[in-house]
Design a protein around this ligand. Sequence first.
Ligand SMILES: NC(=O)c1ccc[n+]([C@@H]2O[C@H](COP(=O)([O-])OP(=O)(O)OC[C@H]3O[C@@H](n4cnc5c(N)ncnc54)[C@H](OP(=O)(O)O)[C@@H]3O)[C@@H](O)[C@H]2O)c1
Length: 329
Amino acid sequence: MVYSANEQRYDAMPYNKTGRSGLKLPAVSLGLWHNFGGVDTFELGARLVRRAFDQGITHFDLANNYGPPTGSAEETFGRIMRTELAPYRDELIISTKAGYRMGPGPYGERGSRKSMLSSLDQSLKRLGLEYVDIFYSHRYDSDTPLEETMGALDQAVRQGKALYVGISNYGPEQAREAIAILKRLGTPCLIHQVHYSMYERRLEQGLQQVLEEEGVGSIAYSPLARGLLSDRYLETIPADSRAAGGSVFLNREDITEQKLAKSRQLNQLAAERGQSLAQMAVAWVLRQGRVTSALIGASKEQQIDDIIGATKQLDFAQEELKAIERILS
Ligand SMILES: NC(=O)c1ccc[n+]([C@@H]2O[C@H](COP(=O)([O-])OP(=O)(O)OC[C@H]3O[C@@H](n4cnc5c(N)ncnc54)[C@H](OP(=O)(O)O)[C@@H]3O)[C@@H](O)[C@H]2O)c1
């Protein structure tokens, strides 16, 4: 049956301007790093995307290497686009990235013009799209002159294969330099995709200031600390959770008693605010409008519903912020 999107989808979601650009992003965006690979069922991925879009999530984030196997998340999303979302292409912001290991040999990773532009061509084929909305350099590459990597991003826009460009995982000084090069080339840096949550605070150590000064937006990835800032692990490690599934980035050893003790206290504070811990974690990264969008992952539709609820209460009292800092310290 042809999918017909919820007509009320734009009623509740806040949309924030991305830096000084004219592009607005939803306060919550959905990433396809996990649960959209060739190892997952297509129907699960399609259900998650439909549930997100039906509630105003217009931004879907990918990378060349998301899967497993690498490339398969783009293939899954391409199939969802073809079969369900094709009529809605102009309502969607679809991003992809290049920079981490994707293929064999010297051109299968990093930031050379050769790697970046061939990777984008492959991504477009897998996605079945003529262009992506945002093309990222996924990481800083000390082996390649920054002019070359930024030149490749600029060329992607001039070729009509990307509308905007961004950087991810760059430090403050690397970001400042990259932003300056892109400005000189005439393709301003739209956004920095950065790891940020109550448990990961590096954004606050200089990078946030650079982005604010330069008018570049920010999107916070893993705002739930991959599930640790939710009720997922408070009692046990569920068999269907990421930590039980052999993820390199979250495994049983990461679920420490020390972390759980903090998460339990944060969960209590969230309950006093009338929120789930996951909702408070998302509201916290978005507090005071510093971050453009919170980039979440989900393995169940109910998790998306829960997170969307965060947008009803994004404000924090000073006492609540202090209490969070006390718990984290
Ligand atoms: N630029 C980069 O280098 C980079 C790196 C990492 C991620 N990213 C991007 O960021 C996106 C999000 O990353 P992430 O998946 O690590 O984000 P996250 O939102 O911190 O973690 C998502 C996980 O938390 C759990 N969860 C989500 N909502 C929940 C809820 N309401 N209640 C309880 N548990 C909930 C689920 O775990 P279960 O699966 O266990 O159910 C879900 O898979 C990625 O898809 C990717 O697009 C970018």
